[in-house]
Design a protein around this ligand. Structure first.
Ligand code: SF4
Length: 404
């Protein structure tokens, strides 16, 4: 992009920037790197309108990295509940603990943790280099670039879905950065056409990052990056871009050629159907059996027991249920219907069985086989009265709602 078009972009951004909880009124002010990290992580795969409330609630409870580092995972999940992709929340907590060097005896302390600059860790400060940031759990090239440019005002590039869409249309790139094509011939500079000399060979990813770095090669990188994200979100939309109001339309090749609908190329998402059964096992003293880990979904967090099953086969106690409970302890089994749920690419349909036990939780015979076969599976009895507030995933909550 030319200096002139970047100037137009900044002018547009100053006039149109939305008010957001993580965006200060002064668009030139350096930001809190912690707030940038949290908001950008929440925004991955999630709409701005959804994230606003989550961000405000989160910052109210965990206003800085120190507070977050002292929290436990269950509480962090609660504040994340509804945003999905719980590995993001788990990584945020891991990173906070690493940045603050909490619990140095933690076995999770990894080699990457040791690469952090000693000075960067003093006072729980987020690191200031891409290498250090990308060594932290859950921080990839995009989030590192956002922290470095928006918070520290460094000349660092970012590349998210918004920028990919804009670059694809501006330069008519008929491929995505993730496309596995060996090397592509492309002009050395974005302003050159393919008829000019100066061709070079780059991978799909290198080409997109090249454009992103060009935009960020300026003391105003923070504004160029954020303005492009905002332009992608509000003007250069996936469907029906508002080109007439776009500050870049005079140089946008796809717009000038009337081909905006062709860029970027669509990537087919492979969906997987999964049918299963969820067990709501209730003891005689009103406790519900929960499992942490060792199951198909929701690894590493408290969830209701679940397993793959065939549609409609719910007469009596399914054989797989005996991985969780001894059939001799079961007093009754009720089929409470089905619910649908999506986790990443999985389109899930589950039926819910409510199993009442004759025994109290303490006296229930939990089969050892599941725990032995997978060390990460840990059983836990939780109070029925607190079940809705204990589970932090909508998968388990949807199943509970079918029963209670
Ligand atoms: S002119 Fe249209 S397609 Fe091109 S960058 Fe602007 S909004 Fe996107």
């Amino acid at each position: 992009m030319t200096p002139h078009s970047l100037k137009k972009l900044c002018k547009w951004f100053k006039e149109n920037a939305a008010e957001l909880p993580w965006r200060p009124a002064d668009l030139d002010a350096p930001r809190d790197p912690y707030a940038v990290w949290i908001s950008e992580t929440m925004l991955q795969q999630t709409q701005v309108s959804t994230v606003k409330d989550y961000f405000i609630r989160w910052m109210g409870r965990f206003p800085n990295v120190e507070t977050l580092a002292k929290a436990d995972e269950a509480e962090v999940f609660k504040y994340w509940q509804g945003l999905g992709y719980y590995s993001r929340a788990r990584n945020i907590l891991k990173t906070a603990k690493i940045v603050c060097e909490e619990n140095l005896q933690d076995p999770l302390r990894s080699a990457s943790r040791m690469t952090l600059n000693e000075n960067a860790r003093v006072g729980c400060k987020m690191p200031e280099t891409r290498k250090e940031l990308e060594a932290l759990p859950g921080i990839g090239a995009y989030t590192a670039g956002a922290i470095l440019s928006l918070a520290y005002h460094k000349r660092e590039a970012i590349l998210d879905g918004n920028l990919v869409r804009i670059f694809s249309r501006l330069y008519e790139l008929a491929f995505l950065p993730t496309d596995k094509v060996e090397k592509r011939r492309c002009p050395i500079k974005s302003g050159m056409t393919s008829n000019e000399t100066g061709m070079t060979e780059k991978s799909s990813s290198e080409i997109y990052w090249g454009y992103a770095r060009e935009v960020a090669d300026s003391p105003k990188a923070y504004m160029h990056n954020e303005a492009l994200m905002e332009l992608g979100r509000t003007v250069c939309k996936t469907k029906s871009p508002l080109c007439e109001t776009c500050p870049l339309h005079k140089e946008c090749r796809a717009f000038l050629d009337g081909r905006t609908a062709e860029f970027p190329p669509t990537k087919k998402r492979t969906e997987k159907s999964w049918h299963g059964t969820v067990l709501v096992i209730e003891s005689a003293d009103e406790k519900i059996l929960a499992v942490n880990g060792g199951q198909k979904f929701l690894d590493g967090q408290l969830a209701l027991p679940h397993f793959e099953s065939v549609r409609g086969a719910t007469v009596g106690i399914p054989a797989q249920a005996e991985e969780y409970i001894n059939a001799d302890d079961v007093e009754s089994v009720n089929d409470c219907g089905t619910f649908r749920h999506n986790i990443t690419v999985h389109k899930i349909e589950c039926n819910v069985l409510h199993m009442r036990l004759t025994t109290t939780a303490n006296n229930a015979h939990l089969p050892k086989s599941k725990a032995n076969s997978d060390k990460s599976a840990v059983f836990e009895w939780i109070e029925k009265a607190k079940a809705f507030e204990t589970f932090a995933n909508s998968f388990s909550l949807k199943a509970l709602k079918k029963v209670f």
